[in-house]
Design a protein around this ligand. Structure first.
Ligand SMILES: NC(=O)C1=CN([C@@H]2O[C@H](COP(=O)(O)OP(=O)(O)OC[C@H]3O[C@@H](n4cnc5c(N)ncnc54)[C@H](OP(=O)(O)O)[C@@H]3O)[C@@H](O)[C@H]2O)C=CC1
Ligand SMILES: O=C1OC[C@@H](O)[C@H](O)[C@H]1O
Length: 363
């Protein structure tokens, strides 16, 4: 048996989700059927202090060999780092990614990739120019249960013709204007933070349906601005897919909570598939075929938070010299999502502060 390929990660930012990501990196990858790759947390950087990076290292149980840095700029120069995972608030993704690329590092950047499509196009150009790996950490696209739902409806066609897909992620956050979810200076708002998952499910099921052949749907949307800070606090995106004769209704809210019955409901002529919450990383779903008992299908992640699958995909790309993952391509997937979110924000007459919408001068 050949030894696993080792992927050496740098962790840029030490907030909430970075903990979950690092926990998954430290799990035995064979539990995810990924014995061909192995992850090492080579370095952790905090922009706040070295102490914060050290605390993060201790809290997540990283080995003593993991280096810590008190600046992102120093970490990206570390020769022991192959790829950087970026977990800062949304408005920083563009500059943080450029910093990594300019220092020769591949990047897996948290969602939403950037604030707008123009910024993402620039990142794609820079990554290609430098022949570096680049991907959005849209983990949902890599989750085994999500892939199984896609296989069932697209390949096995268990529901026959698909007619409608409802998808929702709604999280009632406390009304705090400083929290990144409500703060326009951090790229807050329901659509970019949580609505992106509801939209992704619509694209995974309808846009990526083989009979749609990635034809761009026509979108109708509503965008409600929070009286607190002006970011959207509830948004609906309806996609019309004429090639399928189907519609997708993606919803998000910072007030309501996703129904406990389903976060995704895929309706077809032969029945429904129902994915209970949460939609980001489901381990089970229900197949409700007409005239039959409901069947629960469980696809366990064996104790993983669900973020290891995107890390495995990135590690395989680095090993194989690929510059993007197959399940979350730059132009075919991430850029499509960014363009739709731009369109929805434009219709809702909402822009982030101009300095966060900007691309570098001359781009
Ligand atoms: N995939 C998923 O399920 C999830 C993804 N996310 C995504 O991950 C990213 C980070 O979210 P989350 O971890 O919840 O955010 P947190 O607020 O918990 O952490 C963000 C980190 O970014 C760094 N940072 C740098 N500049 C700032 C600043 N001006 N204000 C605040 N933080 C700053 C800080 O780390 P330091 O001090 O170390 O530099 C901070 O701890 C977002 O893109 C979000 O959408 C979030 C939750 C779940
Ligand atoms: O990605 C996310 O998923 C879970 C949410 O609670 C969080 O705000 C968001 O960033």
């Amino acid at each position: 048996m050949t030894s696993p390929n080792i992927c050496k990660w740098g962790i840029l930012a030490t907030g909430g989700i970075a903990v979950n990501f690092v926990e998954d990196l430290l799990l035995d990858s064979s539990k995810r059927n990924a014995s061909d790759v192995q992850h090492v947390v080579a370095a952790i950087a905090s922009s706040s202090s070295l102490e914060k990076a050290d605390d993060f290292k201790a809290k997540t149980g990283c080995p003593s060999s993991t280096k810590t840095y008190s600046s992102y700029e120093d970490m990206v120069k570390d020769k022991d780092v192959d790829i950087v995972y970026i977990a800062t608030p949304h408005v920083y993704h563009y500059e943080n990614t450029l910093l990594c690329l300019e220092n020769g590092k591949g990047v897996l950047c948290e969602k939403p990739f950037t604030i707008n499509a123009a910024q993402l196009k620039h990142l794609i150009t820079e990554a290609r120019k430098r022949n570096l790996f680049l991907s959005e950490a849209m983990w949902t696209r890599h989750i085994p249960a999500v892939r199984e739902v896609q296989r069932l409806i697209h390949e096995e066609k268990v529901l026959g013709r698909i007619t409608r897909v409802f998808s929702d992620l709604s999280v009632p956050f406390a009304l705090d204007p400083k929290h990144r979810i409500y703060n326009p200076e951090l790229g807050g708002g329901a659509l970019l933070d949580v609505g992106i998952y509801a939209l992704t499910w619509q694209l995974l099921t309808l846009y990526q349906h083989p009979e749609n052949a990635r034809a761009h749907p026509e979108f109708t949307s509503t965008f409600t601005k929070s009286p607190l800070t002006g970011v959207d606090d509830s948004t609906v995106v309806i996609g019309n897919y004429p090639r399928l004769g189907a519609q997708g209704i993606a919803t998000t809210s910072l007030h309501a909570k996703t129904s406990s019955v389903y976060s995704v409901l895929i309706q077809g002529e032969k029945g429904d598939i129902r994915v209970p919450p949460m939609p980001m990383n489901p381990e089970r779903f229900f197949l409700d075929l007409k005239g039959q008992e409901s069947k629960e299908i469980e696809i366990s992640m064996n104790g993983s938070n669900g973020m290891g699958f995107e890390a495995d995909a990135a590690a395989r790309c680095l090993r194989d010299g690929k510059k993007e993952t197959e399940l979350c391509t730059l132009e075919g997937d991430s850029l499509v999502v960014m363009k739709i979110m731009d369109e929805v924000r434009q219709k809702g007459d909402f822009r982030y502060p101009e300095k966060w919408e900007a691309t570098r001068p001359g781009v």
